[in-house]
Write a protein that binds this ligand. Structure first.
Ligand SMILES: [Zn+2]
Length: 243
């Protein structure tokens, strides 16, 4: 989608919509300085496993699309291991799998070139993205006027920040801890994800190893309060059933 007007762009903001293409949504209004009157934003929603991040991501997508906005849903290494966002309460949505090679800006530009509007991105499992991806999210907001809503874990099984999560904390316009409480076995609020192998808390290993919070094999994750994460105490829950 190249026109003569594109030769000297002052801004990479989304192209104007075709006449009649969604009369509900308005073209971005710009002030005399050319800046969008309604600025896009980068928002990061974080919480431990099982706190409903993917559910919220899909709800966010639903709410925006119902208002006539169009977005892309992306994920990385969803527990379903398919190109979709799945939530533990049963929701699912097709998603674009983000690999190191994917450039989020190119994703949006290509969609625009195909005539597909993109008003926002829903980035699930964002803590598994690269730091470069987070930089691209910021550029999408600042130069393309695309809203980016990122959802993910803050910390890994050692209670250390994921690099992408750290960058999101640094760059996001807003950061919010998801308010659905996940409880440790002791009843305190669950804060940290413990990696469990052979019935014991593991503290060394690769930062990203796929597992779920239900027993699916040798490795699983369990949300614990800080006290019990530090102590490595998995509580009275029985160890992994022997197969
Ligand atoms: Zn506890």
């Amino acid at each position: 989608m190249t026109t003569a007007d594109d030769a000297t762009p002052t801004c990479l903001a989304r192209p104007l919509r075709a006449p009649g293409e969604n009369p509900v949504a308005c073209v971005v209004a710009r002030g005399v300085d050319g800046r969008p009157a309604h600025a896009a934003a980068l928002r990061f929603y974080w919480g431990p496993m099982d706190c409903g991040k993917s559910t919220m991501a899909l709800q966010m997508n639903h709410n925006h699309s119902r208002q006539g906005r169009r977005g892309l849903v992306t994920t990385r290494i969803d527990r379903s291991l398919g190109p979709q966002v799945t939530s533990r309460i049963g929701l699912a949505h097709e998603a674009i799998e983000i690999t190191d090679e994917v450039d989020l800006r190119a994703l949006v530009r290509n969609a625009w070139a195909d005539g597909v509007r993109v008003d926002y991105l829903i980035c699930d499992e964002a803590s598994f993205y690269s730091v470069q991806h987070v930089e691209q999210m910021a550029e999408l907001v600042d130069s393309y006027d695309v809203d980016v809503y990122a959802f993910g874990l803050a910390t890994d099984f050692r209670s250390c920040l994921f690099p992408a999560a750290q960058r999101l904390f640094e760059l996001a316009d807003s950061v919010a801890r998801i308010q659905v409480e996940v409880l440790c076995w002791c009843g305190r609020e669950g804060l940290l994800n413990a990696r469990v192998a052979g019935g014991r808390v593991v503290r060394e290993g690769e930062q990203v190893v796929i597992g779920d919070t239900v027993d699916t094999g040798d490795l699983r994750y369990q949300v614990l309060c800080r006290r019990h994460h530090r102590a490595g105490d998995l509580g009275p829950r029985p160890a992994i059933a022997e197969g």
